[in-house]
Design a protein around this ligand. Sequence first.
Ligand SMILES: Cc1cc2nc3c(=O)[nH]c(=O)nc-3n(C[C@H](O)[C@H](O)[C@H](O)COP(=O)(O)O)c2cc1C
Length: 238
Amino acid sequence: MEGLADDVLRSVLTAAGGYDWCVTEFVRVTTTVLPHSCYTRLSPELKHASRTANGTPVRIQLLGSDPALLAANAAHLALLKPSGIDLNFGCPTPLVNRHRGAALLEEPELLQRIASAVRRAPVPPAIPVTAKMRLGIEDAERALDCALALEAGGVQELVVHARTKADGYGPLVRWECIARIREVVRLPLIANGEVWNVADYRNIRAVTGCADVMLGRGAVADPLLARRIRNGGEEHPS
Ligand SMILES: Cc1cc2nc3c(=O)[nH]c(=O)nc-3n(C[C@H](O)[C@H](O)[C@H](O)COP(=O)(O)O)c2cc1C
């Protein structure tokens, strides 16, 4: 999470346990191939096999809209052997939307071109290319098309934040839309949005049918949440 989940926070949260992997704040890819120093500043973990101190893999998140430029950045980044490269198609903030951000969700064909360009960058097969999306801009009409486009483009996992851009961070969260995507899309889906406690975790899994869940603000509000989830609701398993 931009402005929040830096390497220090990633280290503290993953040390508490319960995470399979984590992801950096996004890097804007706008006009150039960024130098390695930009990535190592964002993720000092790159100097430690792209893992936090307790060994949790850290994926690097890119945000942009130009397939060739994103591919060139991914190829350059791949030389640093990141644990994964994640493409962000879900950022709703106005500054980011000048660089498109969630606006790309109106153009599934462009999402597919971005994903396949990054996959063919070349990024070695050992480095997963994953993506994160919201459900759409104003409504969730094209959410399934976007997920299918990313699947066709070759992403290996897809995190879906169950809101549109217009939903912002408001009270409406549409877990049931993730369930509809899951019925059609084969690639592993990770459900995201409004998981603040173990009961929310159980509910989002039940509604979406997803085995995996991404924690955002809930992880910061309760640094032991992932561990409690992993331990089946108990802080200290017997
Ligand atoms: C301050 C802030 C910064 C965020 N930055 C990012 C980001 O850099 N990349 C990203 O994929 N999502 C980002 N998000 C979205 C979260 O990852 C997550 O999708 C969203 O908060 C919903 O999940 P939650 O209800 O568990 O927080 C950010 C959210 C917040 C509140």
